[in-house]
Structures are given as structure tokens and as C-alpha cells.
Ligand binder design. Structure first.
Ligand SMILES: C[S@@+](CC[C@H](N)C(=O)[O-])C[C@H]1O[C@@H](n2cnc3c(N)ncnc32)[C@H](O)[C@@H]1O
Length: 389
């Protein structure tokens, strides 16, 4: 058994609770949802599992140093007081990224620069040499979090964020962040026994994330690199065991997932990304305008991320959202329809009352994620009986 340590999983706004649930299932203890992060306790094994298995985490950090600093000088001094040779050697490269919410420190890049200088100067004073910075592929990635005068310095075990799953390089317009897509699916309470449709699938993010969930495929199955693999204490054997166990627990494609899009290019890109997976033939893909798409089941979850209208005239975007609402009403009785959009005015043109409203961020864009429950009377009861709600 390796020692237990405090760990922190970073995520996106609104996904803290679903991430906490994922952590519980992986065996984490002392789980505490925070703002865009969840803290927990675990050992090295859990750290590796989190990187491979968590669908709604962006990074897994191990906090190593807490301190208070009130200005640039005290920040530099505090960083210099830590013995950096414990985690870094002059032969290794390093990089710093920082997140800052502070009145005193207003530029995150400047904070990162100060921390970098203090670390490099400590090595130079002790050994006459400074370790080099490599922002693309460092051996040691250091994360600085500043909330007013409170600083936490952590080792980033992940490197490139976990949404970089490694299953696609060709992207259609505005693909969703994979972590956001996985979190949204979890927020709908969808599971593999319920049919799922994304009628505006773009590059297929919901379809792939859903199929990975349904088959218990680890989200990191296609990813080759994590920074912890470069750490001195990297346990290759333990990682191999965790990876193989995860692969062995992949299940058969027993799901009903389908996607469509009005653009042939989107369908081609989705198909291309799907080729990475054994379940690629089990996801139905068709080119269709949503207006012409008829459901193939009596009930299910429909999830969509329509255009927000940046490239369209206002009248056209309102007409698109009106069409969505009208078509849901006419053809999708029995479905829970979830729509993500940053265009609140357009969402009003759906013309249906949402039964749930959540706030999420697609990049910097604040979005509403709304559920429209398309069933009434006996259909509603049927849905309840089938365990869908
Ligand atoms: C924001 S993108 C979706 C991105 C997608 N969620 C992803 O992760 O790649 C919106 C998609 O809606 C499609 N679309 C727009 N109007 C449509 C319509 N009337 N019927 C079907 N698809 C439509 C566009 O072609 C585009 O691929």
C-alpha cells in the first residue's frame, strides 16, 4: 500500500457534484466538492486510476505547499523557502501554470513568472545551474493557485488536460470539450438502457462520450501521456496493472445511441473519430435536418448543442430554435430533451417551458443547459414506470 495523500481534481463549473460521484465510485475518501474542483484523499494507485478513468475531471493535482503572500516580494521569498530539489532536478525541465483570483495579484502569467524565477534561482544558488523551462512537454508541471493572499502550489500529475482524450484530431466547427460533454450526459441521468439521440452531433462528442460510458471504456484509453509517467517514483508495473484491469472491464455495446447532423462534413468527422473504437458500428449516424428526423423509439434522452448564432442572422437563429421546439412538440413525445445554448434569447424561441435549468460554461461562454420534458398524461406515467425518471 502506498501512502495516502491529499489530492485535487479540477473540473468545469457545474460538474463538481458529478465528479464527486465519480470519485466515490473509484474509492476516494474525504471527498469535498469545491469551486471547479473536488478535493479528496487517495494513494498513488488512485492517482493513476483518476487520470485514466475520470470522465469529468480536467486535471489531478497533488498539493505540496501552502502559504500566504501579500506582494511580489513575499511571493518570491515564500517560493524560495521550499526545497524544490525534492521534486525537480537540474536535468529535468519544468513548467508553471497558474490560476489567480486576487486583488493583490492581478495577472496569472506574472504570478507564474515570479514562481518560476524563485524556483530557478534556488537551483542556480545551490548548484550554479538552472533547470530549463519547457511549456510544451515538461518533466515536472507545477500548478499555482492563488485566492487573494492564499497560495497553493501543487504538482500536476496530468499535463495536457484530460479532455484531450486522444480520439480525434479532425474537428468540425465548435466541438464541445469532452469533459463538459461527459458531465452533461451525467447531469441528464442518462444510462445505457435509455435510447440517446444527438440530432446536431457536429463532431460526435456526445455520441462517443456516451458510448464510452455505456461500455465502461476508460476515457483515457487512447491517451498515451500523463506527466506522472515522468516522475521519479513512477510505478510502471502498477500503471500497467491498472490499465489492463480497465481494459478487461470494457463491456459489450448494449446501447441505443444515434446521431445526426445537417452537415455531411460533420457526419464524416464523427465517423472518423468513431473508427478509434470497437463500438463504432453500433452508433447510428445519418445526415438529416432535425426537422425531418423521426425518433426510432418511444422514449429516450435527446441532447443537443445547436449553433448559438455567431455566424447567423438573428431572424435565422430564432427560426432554428422555433423549429427545434415545434419539432420536439410534434414528434418527440416521451423524450427528455436537453439543450445547451449560450443564446438565451434564442432559447426563448423554443417555446416550451424548461423543467430544469442549469448553468454551465462552454469555454468562456455562459450557457443554459435546459431540460424540456416532452411527455404528458399516460406517457408521463409510462416514463416513470420504465425507471427513466
Ligand atoms: C455547435 S455544433 C455541435 C457541436 C457538437 N456538440 C460537437 O461536440 O462537435 C452545432 C451543429 O448543429 C448542426 N445543425 C445546425 N442546424 C441544424 C439542423 N437544422 N439540423 C441538424 N443539424 C443542424 C451544425 O451542422 C453543427 O454541426
Amino acid at each position: 500500500m502506498t501512502t495516502c495523500m491529499k489530492l485535487l481534481a479540477k473540473t468545469l463549473h457545474g460538474l463538481e457534484e458529478v465528479l464527486a460521484e465519480e470519485l466515490e465510485l473509484l474509492g476516494a475518501t474525504d471527498i469535498n466538492p469545491l469551486k471547479r474542483a473536488v478535493s479528496f484523499q487517495g494513494n498513488k494507485e488512485l492517482l493513476y486510476k483518476c487520470n485514466l478513468q475520470l470522465r469529468t475531471a480536467l486535471k489531478i493535482l497533488t498539493p505540496i505547499y501552502y502559504f500566504k503572500a501579500y506582494n511580489e516580494r513575499s511571493l518570491y521569498n515564500k517560493v524560495e523557502q521550499f526545497d524544490w530539489s525534492k521534486i525537480l532536478s537540474v536535468e529535468q525541465t519544468f513548467a508553471i501554470d497558474s490560476v489567480v483570483f486576487s486583488k493583490q495579484f492581478t495577472h496569472s502569467k506574472y504570478v507564474a513568472l515570479k514562481v518560476k524565477d524563485a524556483i530557478a534561482d534556488q537551483f542556480r544558488k545551490k548548484t550554479g545551474v538552472r533547470p530549463s523551462v519547457d511549456t510544451k512537454n515538461p518533466d515536472v508541471q507545477i500548478n499555482v493557485h492563488c485566492a487573494n493572499e492564499n497560495f497553493t502550489i501543487s504538482l500536476d500529475s496530468t499535463g495536457a488536460p484530460l479532455n484531450q482524450r486522444g480520439y480525434r484530431d479532425n474537428q468540425h466547427k465548435a466541438p464541445l470539450n469532452e469533459v463538459l460533454a461527459a458531465g452533461m450526459l451525467k447531469l441528464t441521468n442518462w444510462n445505457k438502457d435509455i435510447p440517446l439521440i444527438d440530432p446536431m452531433c457536429g463532431s460526435g462528442t456526445f455520441l462517443i462520450e456516451a458510448a464510452m460510458m455505456a461500455t465502461n471504456t476508460p476515457p483515457g484509453i487512447k491517451r498515451k501521456q500523463y506527466v506522472f509517467m515522468k516522475w521519479e517514483d513512477f510505478d510502471k508495473e502498477l500503471w500497467g496493472k491498472i490499465y489492463n484491469e480497465a481494459i478487461e472491464s470494457i463491456t459489450k455495446s448494449e446501447f441505443r445511441i444515434s446521431g445526426s447532423d445537417v452537415s455531411q462534413q460533420a457526419i464524416d468527422i464523427s465517423r472518423q473519430a468513431l473508427l478509434n473504437f470497437d463500438f463504432n458500428r453500433d452508433i447510428k449516424l445519418v445526415k438529416s435536418n432535425f426537422n425531418d428526423l423521426r425518433p426510432q423509439s418511444e422514449n429516450g434522452v435527446l441532447i443537443m448543442n445547436p449553433p448559438y448564432g455567431e455566424r447567423l442572422r438573428e431572424t435565422d437563429i430564432f427560426a432554428l430554435y422555433k423549429m427545434i421546439g415545434d419539432h420536439l412538440k410534434q414528434s418527440y413525445n416521451g423524450f427528455d430533451a436537453w439543450i445547451l445554448s449560450a443564446n438565451r434569447d434564442a432559447l426563448k424561441h423554443v417555446g416550451l417551458r424548461p423543467s430544469k435549468k442549469l448553468t454551465l460554461f462552454n469555454g468562456a461562454l455562459e450557457c443554459k443547459f435546459q431540460r424540456f420534458s416532452m411527455y404528458k398524461g399516460s406517457l408521463k406515467q409510462k416514463f416513470v414506470d420504465s425507471g427513466i425518471r
